[in-house]
Each structure stands twice: as C-alpha cells, then as structure tokens.
Design a protein around this ligand. Structure first.
Ligand SMILES: *Cc1c(COP(=O)(O)O)cnc(C)c1O
Length: 461
C-alpha cells in the first residue's frame, strides 16, 4: 500500500471498537509467580483478597486462563464517550527528524483526567457499584489516577477518598481542584487520619510522601470502613486487563492499513499503559507470529527494570500488601526530591516483570532533562503538550527513529502517548528556566532500597 494513503489520524467506527478485554496471561507460556500471603507465605486466595478489593476484580485478578473477557454494556457506554482514542501517524515529527521510519502514537490524553487511567477507573467503579459498595479509597501520585477515579465515581454514584502524595498535592493544586469538582475527598499523604500515616510521620516528619505510603493509608481506611474497598490504578493484572483496550484499538486500526509495528514503546511506572498497549501484539509474539520489539522506558532516577531486582516484595511502604514477585527497587525506595517526571513507583507490574525476565521485552532508562528536551520538540512539531511520563516514550521513539536515519531502515515505530502535560507545568517551568537537574542514584543509594526487600529463605535468596 502507498504510504500516503495512511491518514494522519486513523479512526475506528463505534461498531469496530473492541467488545472484550484481552487477557494476555492466557497466552503466556509461563505465568508470573502468584502473590503470596505475607503471613503464611502461601499463594493468595480469593478469600485473602476480598476484604481489600471488589469481588469481580479479584476474580479478574486471579483468572489466568480466559483469553477474552466481555466488557459489560454499562462500561462500554462510558468508554464510548471518550473512546476510541486517536491513533496518529506522526508525519510532522518524521519530517522534523528526517527519518525514513514510520512513527505512530496512540493518544490517551483526550479525556478530562488527561491520561489512560480512566480506562481502568471506569470498570473498577462499575463493579464496585454492582456489588453494592458505597465508597472507595485510593492513592494518587501525580494525580491522574485520582482524577480518573473521581470522574468514574461521580458517574456511577460512589464516594471516594483519595490519599495524594504530599509533594504532588503541593505541586499540583489544580489536580486537587479537579478531583474535588467531581466530588472526591483529597487527603495529602502521609496524614494523621490513619495509624500507618501517623507512624510514617513520626519516623520522618518532613517527608514529602511516596506512592507506597499513600497506598498503605488507602488500604487501612478501606479495610476499616463498612462497604468500602480499595482500588489501584496500575501494577495489578486486572488493571492491565482493562488497559488492553488501548492495544486492541491500535491493532484493529493498523490492521486496516496492513501496518505491522517493528517496535512498540511505552513509558513504565507501574506498567499499565505499556502493558495495555502491547497486549495483543505480545500475544502474537508469544505465539511466534511476529518478532516485534517491545521497549519499556523508565526514569534513570527510578530504574526498577534496568537496575532493580526480580524478587518478592511488598507493593507498599507500610508492608500491608501481599508479596508480589516483580522488578523492584525495594518498598523503602524513595526517588530523589528533584525528580519531576512521574513514574516514581518502586516496583513494576508482575506481568511485565515476567515478560522482561523471559526476554520478550527490553528496557531503557533516561534522565529527565533529556526527556523534557524530547517533550518540547514533540510539542512544537506535533502540537500536543505531552505528560512528562509519556515523554519517556517519545524520547525512546525519537532515538529509534534517528537510528533508522543512520541505517536507512524504514521501521514502523508505535509508541504510547499516555497523557497530556497540562498539570505538569511546574516541571515544564523548571525545564524552561534550566533549573531542572538530573540525579542518577548511586549503587549505594539503591542498596538502601534493596535492604527493604524482605529476606525470606527459599523465596528471596
Ligand atoms: C500514571 C501514568 C503513567 C504511569 O503509569 P503506568 O501504570 O506505568 O502506565 C504514565 N503516563 C501517564 C500520563 C500517567 O498518568
């Protein structure tokens, strides 16, 4: 097909949208190791998880066999209000880079929450409502997850308490305002509203908080409140299941034009947007039908895949979650205070961790000033102001495209543009004023984090 026939935006009609989520675990030759109950060190059962999570989500979390899971009508109705998301051929960026590569990006920032997180917020709240729950708790770092969840809670009529990492709530007052507009209660974390929050504050009164602390507070409130559960916006398998809508839409759109990506790139914090983007494509790779390269991009200041350990660790600083086998910097790891680019979580999705460990996926880390340089170049050529998180993927896509320029290869590069940067303007200001600095943790810094990984004979050696 003549390349010129590919439109700048490849749209799907409503009737072409996916009707199922794709559960890539069903196609994985080896599943990731199970969650372990921290007390018994036995695999977690559904009963262990019911006090914390909604029933339907626990079932999805533990279902490693069903390939396609139907999306209920009540969820599709909400999805249709902001999906399909645009798949864009980056003609202008290709030209600016002078690359023979074809570059495509899937833009998930076209909804008020400004990111892909709404794709999982909607089903999580829908199922909570169906089960007769009246309230939910969660944590939010940069604020996108809390915003997405507030939108979904307002739509389905559920009360929401959001523990927001303290530094973020100070840097991003407008995020808080959006969440409150949708009816959520926002509490900076660590706070004195929970036992674990008080304990963390006692040990470290001036801490700016971390996702790990905020998770501990949200879980404590969920398990001590009637008809309340905790919801999480990344990392877990059911979140990744919901995010498979991204990759499936991409695949349907690209198949229409016979385009097959050679490289698929996404930023990775907890791993949900990347896993969702690659889902159907990794399925093909596992089945030996393609040889696509997959690249996870992370900040050099929080390098869980590139420098972390593949070990059983807690998902939170308060050590309340089950033990999860994942690439981790240790639940006690705190990224340096100058880090502005998001993606600060210490661990990584167990699915992506397993794919990476099995050699299906590569990983790369970039320093934040290089990431912002790519973000600004992208904004000036493609028009969209990208989220700092997403800009990690932009940077890697540009580097691959420039590599093609050297070799003359016409590779097809697809990357995930997971969100917009409207709420990250303080980070852009720092970059523009040239006050942004880079910090790469030393091996000694990382050792401090690793020391918080539990030592369990026979499990973590
Ligand atoms: C939350 C977020 C991320 C990181 O989370 P993942 O689970 O790794 O996708 C990336 N980009 C944006 C815009 C986000 O809001």
């Amino acid at each position: 097909m003549n390349k010129k026939e590919i439109p700048t935006k490849i749209y799907l009609r409503e009737d072409e949208m996916p009707k199922n989520w794709y559960n890539m675990r069903a196609d994985m030759k080896e599943k990731h190791p199970p969650f372990l109950h921290p007390g018994t060190l036995k695999p977690c059962t559904a009963e262990d998880l019911y006090p914390v999570f909604c029933k339907s989500l626990v079932e999805q979390e533990l279902d490693q066999e069903t390939t396609l899971i139907p999306i209920p009508e009540g969820i599709l109705d909400f999805y249709k209000m902001y999906r399909p998301s645009p798949l864009v051929r980056a003609y202008c960026l290709e030209k600016a880079l002078g690359t023979p590569a074809e570059i495509y990006y899937k833009f998930e920032g076209n909804n008020t929450s400004g990111s892909h997180k709404l794709n999982s917020a909607v089903p999580q709240v829908y199922y909570a409502k169906e089960e007769g729950l009246t309230s939910l708790t969660t944590e939010t770092g940069a604020g996108q997850w809390g915003t997405a969840l507030s939108m979904a809670c307002a739509f389905y009529g559920i009360n929401l308490t959001v523990y927001m990492v303290k530094v973020s709530s100070e840097q991003k007052p407008y995020r808080k305002a959006v969440m409150e507009t949708y009816g959520a209660k926002v509490i900076p974390s660590p706070s004195d509203t929970t036992r674990v929050g008080k304990k963390i504050l006692e040990a470290n009164p001036t801490t700016g908080g971390s996702l790990g602390c905020a998770i501990s507070e949200a879980i404590e409130t969920a398990v001590t409140t009637d008809k309340c559960r905790y919801v999480l916006g990344s990392v877990l398998d059911h979140v990744i299941l919901h995010q498979s809508i991204i990759g499936q839409e991409c695949k349907i759109a690209l198949d229409k034009y016979g385009v097959k990506p050679d490289i698929i790139i996404g930023c990775a914090g907890g791993g949900s947007n990347l896993a969702g983007l690659i889902a159907p494509f990794i399925g093909e790779k596992i089945k030996g039908k393609s040889n696509t390269r997959f690249i996870a991009v992370e900040p050099a200041s929080c390098p869980s895949l590139t420098r972390g350990k593949y070990a059983y660790d807690f998902g939170d600083t308060g050590k309340m979650t089950p033990l999860v086998k994942m690439y981790t910097l240790g639940n006690g790891f705190m990224p340096s205070a100058n880090h502005a680019g998001g993606l600060r979580y210490h661990g990584m999705s167990p699915i992506l961790s397993k794919l990476y460990d099995d050699g299906y996926m590569e990983a790369k880390a970039y320093e934040q000033t290089a990431v912002f340089e790519a973000a600004v170049k992208f904004a000036r050529t493609e028009g969209i102001l990208p989220a700092p998180e997403s800009s990690h993927a932009i940077k890697a896509a540009m580097d691959e495209a420039l590599e093609c320029k050297k070799t003359g290869e016409k590779k097809v590069i697809l990357f995930g543009l997971s969100g917009t940067g409207y709420f990250d303007l303080s980070a852009y200001m720092a970059y523009n004023k040239k006050t942004m600095t880079d910090y790469i943790p030393t091996d000694a810094d990382l050792e401090q984090g690793f020391a918080s990984i539990p030592r369990i004979p026979g499990i973590n050696d």
